[in-house]
Design a protein around this ligand. Structure first.
Ligand SMILES: [Zn+2]
Length: 150
């Protein structure tokens, strides 16, 4: 790790993915997997609606786009919204060292569990991310509840 990464700059990649998802008629959650040295390994967004596939979350999409990596300890999963249990499990399974979330106000997901298990979680509490999710949830409550398994 060279220096403390600019987490806000990394979040911008995830936000751009979320906006693309929204423009496609999908759920606005985007993610990006970065190496600690600043390299972008992969990015993606939730495509439940677009592909009819409930397994494509922002985090899983970014993870798959990154392809095979030797290890994940020195990677950062950046996501516009706190990861759900499914994506928190992915973080634990592959020992991703750091998770940066845009916000955890509209949905807290598994961030406490991740912290308890030694994952570094940075919550940027970004007003733009909160507003984007609030707007989507208010306009599409059924799709949202389907996404979080309720
Ligand atoms: Zn998820």
């Amino acid at each position: 790790m060279i220096a403390t990464p600019d987490y806000r700059a990394l979040l911008d990649t995830a936000i751009a993915e979320a906006r693309q998802g929204l423009a496609e008629g999908g759920i606005p959650i985007g993610a990006a997997l970065y190496h600690n040295d600043g390299r972008l390994l992969g990015c993606g967004h939730n495509r439940r609606v677009q592909e009819g596939d409930p397994s494509i979350h922002g985090e899983t999409d970014a993870f798959r786009k990154a392809g095979r990596q030797r290890g994940y300890r020195d990677t950062i999963m950046v996501t516009t919204l706190a990861p759900c249990w499914y994506c928190s499990g992915l973080v634990r399974q592959f020992n991703i060292g750091t998770v940066v979330v845009g916000e955890s106000v509209t949905f807290a997901g598994g961030i406490d569990w991740l912290r308890e298990n030694g994952v570094r979680v940075i919550d940027l509490n970004d007003a733009g991310c909160i507003e984007m999710m609030r707007g989507f949830i208010a306009g599409n409550p059924e799709v949202w509840n389907e996404d979080i398994g309720e």
